[in-house]
Design a protein around this ligand. Structure first.
Ligand code: FMN
Length: 175
């Protein structure tokens, strides 16, 4: 699967089969994240791979039932938690690039997962403190996001996107 196919075929997957995901596949998608570009190549990220029920219970403690992705935490065989040290990335004024670094790494991971036939769903709406506590993450680190990883048990239609005309301008901002 080439990169365009992976980009077009990726969906947020919230229902998973219980089938296990091999260690080699987990390593390959993490390697795709590892190769992401980052501010001054500082690679401010760390990834926690959670497979255990205990680990998942800790993660669940940060989620409200209103989050449509919550059930995926239990259903998927693997959870990957993306932690970042904001001090280990850069700032330009009020633009904090640790969020950018983390976003690129996560997208690399999600596209690689799609190429492996695996589903992911960025989960960002959660209460960080209990999750950090349960996973023993130091105070100065942030959890920017996490994703389930597993075989999809759904085939969602593409979500709508803005048109090219709405988002792309020639030469200058339109009048
Ligand atoms: C930063 C970020 C945070 C997100 N947080 C959640 C979340 O907490 N729960 C959830 O179910 N989906 C979450 N999503 C998934 C988006 O809802 C999804 O990407 C969007 O609706 C487009 O659908 P698609 O990924 O299938 O193209 C998040 C996505 C991003 C990029």
């Amino acid at each position: 699967m080439d990169v365009y196919e992976a980009i077009a075929a990726r969906r947020s997957i919230r229902r998973y089969k219980p089938d296990p995901v091999g260690e080699e596949q987990v390593t390959r998608v993490l390697d795709a994240a590892r190769l992401a570009p980052s501010w001054k190549n500082l690679q401010c990220w760390r990834f926690i791979v959670v497979r255990s029920e205990t680990g998942k219970t800790g993660i669940l403690s940060g989620f409200d039932d209103s989050n449509p992705g919550k059930k995926a935490i239990t259903a998927a065989p693997v959870m990957i938690v993306l932690c970042v040290d904001p001090q280990a990335s850069g700032k330009m004024g009020d633009k904090e690039y640790y969020l950018v670094d983390a976003g690129i790494a996560m997208e690399n991971l999600m596209l690689a997962a799609r190429a492996e036939g695996l589903g992911t769903c960025w989960l960002g709406e959660f209460n960080e403190a209990p999750v950090k506590e349960s996973l023993g993450i130091p105070d100065n680190w942030r959890i920017v996001g996490m994703t389930p990883l597993g075989y999809p048990d759904q085939d969602p239609k593409p979500r709508p996107r803005k048109t090219m005309e709405e988002i792309v301008f020639a030469e200058r901002w339109p009048d």
